[in-house]
Design a protein around this ligand. Structure first.
Ligand SMILES: [Fe+2]
Ligand SMILES: [Fe+2]
Length: 334
């Protein structure tokens, strides 16, 4: 079915997109100049200890201090590598959208997508450079991350679903990275990698949110479908990003308790500390889902099943679903 969209944008969206284009025109990240690359990698922590996947479990006490530090290196390195892969796939896919006629009636959107792609190319180069700096070898890439773009490779008439999935991945990943690095204990280089990235991602997220607000009602079937898949998709992302057998294997924990992987995974996924971190990561996203009716009370059981029930009730009680002026976890105005 052909989707014809009125080639008009709301005044709010036009204003936002013009502002985003101006900021990207003015300053974009540099691979060479925006990070303290001369800092030594020796003995560095790449995330704060309270955000290690094993923190708050019995396994944290069984690990040596050097094993904990190495876990901070590999858990962060694994994120960086995921960013490298994801951002390359996004760039490839968004360039394809740019070359497709469905967005042609919206030249300001196309212009911003060019900025977006240029920024993602630089980000991937910076993450790769940071991995090299800290001698972190590439990690295996999760199949579902690749499958997402494989499944989306055939272009829909109007690719709003791909835009939506891309922004919720970016948004959740940014909130996670901001919480991980937000501490003086963390290597200033690792913090700069996260913070400089966030300045541009905050704009990508604002753009993506506005695309959803602008077009959700106009693209037939988009909302109904998103209401079904968003909760399990988000749970899968959160759990997949928390535990990874490869990071544990690379640290090579000496205590025999680490051999019981099932117990290790369960302890990390279901501990109170992780639940609190996940709530902070998810809170702005949940508010957005309530605002856009991607969450509806009629389908509450889907969110319960994906273990978002208590977090959603908290959000509904506290904010009544209202979006904040700035939903990013770092105060970076866009
Ligand atoms: Fe990025
Ligand atoms: Fe991005």
């Amino acid at each position: 079915m052909e989707t014809t969209l009125e080639p008009t944008l709301s005044p709010q969206f036009s204003k936002l997109i013009n502002r985003l284009n101006e900021v990207s025109d003015r300053k974009q990240m540099s691979v060479l100049h925006d990070h303290p690359w001369d800092l030594s990698p020796e003995g560095a922590w790449l995330k704060k200890r309270e955000n290690l996947s094993i923190y708050g479990t019995e396994f944290y006490d069984l690990a040596t201090e050097e094993e904990r530090r190495l876990l901070s290196v590999y858990e962060t390195g694994c994120w960086w590598h995921t960013f490298v892969i994801f951002e390359n796939l996004v760039t490839e896919y968004y360039m394809k959208i740019i070359n497709h006629e469905s967005l042609a009636p919206f030249p300001a959107v196309i212009k911003y997508m060019h900025h977006f792609c240029r920024e993602e190319i630089t980000h991937a180069l910076v993450f790769r450079k940071a991995m090299k700096h800290f001698s972190i070898a590439p990690f295996p890439v999760p199949d579902n991350l690749k499958d997402f773009y494989k499944d989306n490779a055939a272009l829909a008439d109007f690719p709003l679903k791909a835009v939506f999935l891309t922004i919720i991945i970016e948004w959740f990943a940014e909130n996670n990275a901001m919480l991980d690095c937000n501490n003086d204990f963390v290597s200033p280089l690792a913090r700069a990698v996260a913070v400089e990235h966030h300045k541009e991602e905050a704009r990508h997220i604002e753009w993506g949110k506005s695309m959803i607000r602008e077009f959700a009602e106009r693209v037939p079937g988009f909302l109904e479908e998103a209401q079904e898949y968003t909760a399990p998709f988000m749970r899968n992302l959160l759990d997949m990003s928390t535990v990874n057998p490869e990071t544990y294997a690379r640290v090579g924990f000496s205590h025999p308790a680490f051999q019981d992987q099932e117990r290790l995974f369960e302890a990390a996924l279901f501990c109170e500390n992780r639940d609190q971190i996940n709530r902070r990561i998810m809170e702005p996203l949940l508010r957005f889902f309530v605002e856009t009716t991607i969450y509806t009370p009629a389908l509450h059981e889907l969110w319960e099943a994906a273990r978002f029930g208590p977090a959603l009730e908290q959000v509904l009680a506290r904010h009544n679903g209202r979006p904040d002026a700035n939903d990013n976890l770092l105060d970076t105005p866009v």
